[in-house]
Design a protein around this ligand. Sequence first.
Ligand SMILES: [Cu+2]
Length: 338
Amino acid sequence: MTSLITRRGLMLLPLTLLAGCDWVVLNPSGDIAAQQGQLIVVSTLLMLLIIVPVIALTILFAWRYRKSNTEAKYDPDWDHSTQLELVIWGAPLLIIIALGLITWISTHKLDPYRPLDRLDANRPISAAAEPLTIEVVALDWKWLFIYPEQGIATINELATPVDVPIRFKITASTVMNSFYIPALAGQIYAMPGMETQLNAVINEPGTFDGFSANFSGAGFSHMRFKYHGMDVADFDQWVKDAKKNGSTLDRAVYTQLEQPSEREPVRHFGKVAPDLYHAVLNRCVAEGTVCMNKIMHEDANRMKVQAAARNFLRDEKTVLAEIDAAVCTPSTNLLKSN
Ligand SMILES: [Cu+2]
């Protein structure tokens, strides 16, 4: 008896654990994350349209056609029902059509590269409205945030004003990470030598968790930061405070910073070398290295010259063939006429 109670208690344990959860993904503070949360709810409900009836009917059939029930009709030669066929084929078809439409629409509407067209469900904004740009660099094992317009940078702390569209440009220094603030928007990969983007907005002031959602080595577990959604006035004050901090983030400081380290404390830089993010992205922070975009540009130019040379040679062959034809044809004709 005790073992049965214990077993039942243990079965309930996961539920009590879940009850303590802060369901941030389904109750976020940013409009993009809110729309993504709604997608999860809608697709789960669509799935339950099949799962709930199937489970209910399984139990119903097992009960109704149990051996001791002599009332149930026994019909071993039954093999077809048009109504059943309609339900069995129609229901999944309609659900797949609905899921397909939702996927198509939301993939385009929630494309992280697409500039926002609304602050939330009730407040549209023009796509031309200039967002706040933040450059994100995933380092081993801390986050660097550069505010190019404000000329400041931070380590392991992010702040943005509430109800202002933000455009994140995301890259990494060595290995792949994933930039994830569940309250704000879905995760976006951070990769060295390339840039990903995220457009999002926070609608409520508050402090939220941010972290790397892609394992990146020894210090990964502590690659966490606090994200502050602030009133515009508080944000301006925060920028001013950061500016007051005299230290400068230049290439030398960055090279130090880039070295692997764990549990980095929050740090602010009042000045940032203006081309630092470009150099990080194109892997040319170190003195004397050529930037990747420059190498790619030169490669592209070389390809163009090679293609032009090939075209020229082909044209020359065509011209020679034409000359050949022009010179040789009359002589054969002459031969023929003789
Ligand atoms: Cu994948």
